[in-house]
Design a protein around this ligand. Sequence first.
Ligand code: ASP
Length: 457
Amino acid sequence: MKRIFSSTVKDLVGQEVLMKGWAETIRVHAKVAFIDLRDRTGITQIVCVGEENIKIAQDLTAESVISVTGTVSERPQSLVNINIISGTVELQAQKIELITKAKTLPLPLNDREVSEETRLKYRYLDLRSKKMAENLRKRHKINQYLRNYFTDREFIEVETPYISKSTPEGARDYLVPSRIAPGKFYALPQSPQQYKQLLMVAGIEKYFQIVRCFRDEDARADRQPEFTQLDVELSFTNQTEVLELLEELFTGLVKEFFPEKTLTFPKFQVLTYAEAMEQYGNDRPDLRKDKNNPDELAFLFVVDFPMFEYKEGDKRWGAVHHPFTAPKKEFVDNFEKMPEKALADQYDLVLNGSEIVGGSIRIHDSEVLERVFKFLGHSKEEIQLKFGHLLEAFQYGVPPHGGFACGLDRLFTVLFGENTIRDVIAFAKSGDGRDLMMNAPSEVDDSQLKELGLKRL
Ligand code: ASP
């Protein structure tokens, strides 16, 4: 017999069917027992009568995996349960089989009071909870939507390397020692920034990727060591076109998946960085009219960021976005002379006070790019060593280009109404960057270190 699911069982009244899944709850009475069988689509109530089936239900532990054959029957009107997908019917069990038995779970499912540490340690169980399973499914559907949105507009998804060379995005790199070249290291990319720009040199013109990025930063509520970006780059573009693409994307996405939500600004608000700072004292103000209303979304573009910021600690200028960001036209010739005034062709998209997108039009003139690197304090040799490949690539016909990246974990956190990015990531790290389920980071053998030419301190 073919297996059927909780989502379709209501259409099969009177038929004999086979269902498989987890026994979420078991209630045994004298003459009848009920099992809530959970499969990936929801819950179905199994009714067990007769000595043999009641005995099986009695011996069953919650969360054991079972298989049930039986007949689908309509529930009397008074017993319809609108909270479950199959709520108008139940399955009258003929044969119940235990497939695998479950020990008592170390955490109750669907109980939000459980400590996050326990949820992360037993993540494979936490993911059985309704909320987490739903979040994973919603995330999948939106990823699919994003892929379709860009594919429909002639973008192509190109994968870029994970073991690579350091790209400056302002964070610390995760380094990967090379066995073949002892003493040398790869870096896990902080973003595919240079690769996507090189794809523009390659003539791809329209690139996107749903991609993992790695930044070794101190923990924060909305950060973890690895996170997912929707990364986009286009050739022959300008800021207006990029902002239009973003506005259309997010307006469509909200309409499709969150019709209950309202936009504070049906036409996204735009503020310059200077205006935002002056009016709100920060560059990602939360402009919702009613901050207690979880269904209000305030999208705001912030544009015209300063190109540089002075790093007091290091006593030097740093790039506000990254060094590949183009100065606004009027500052191309003189940004070194007025670094505190120079503005960049940089834009952010802020949602309810969270920066969900950052991007810029890039420098495509290798001389200007070299001047920026120099101004940021890199020596000629350093520039060659770190960015020689990009500067050389720009000698062979580079189109003007620009793009952005959208932090998907943060976006989903806001849209799903969660408090932490960890509730939208399947296997999230703890606040201090550990994988509590796999127990990482962990010790390695001396032999592994030796192979890599590394010594313990
Ligand atoms: N690479 C940038 C980031 O990760 C985004 C961009 O400029 O496209 O923030």
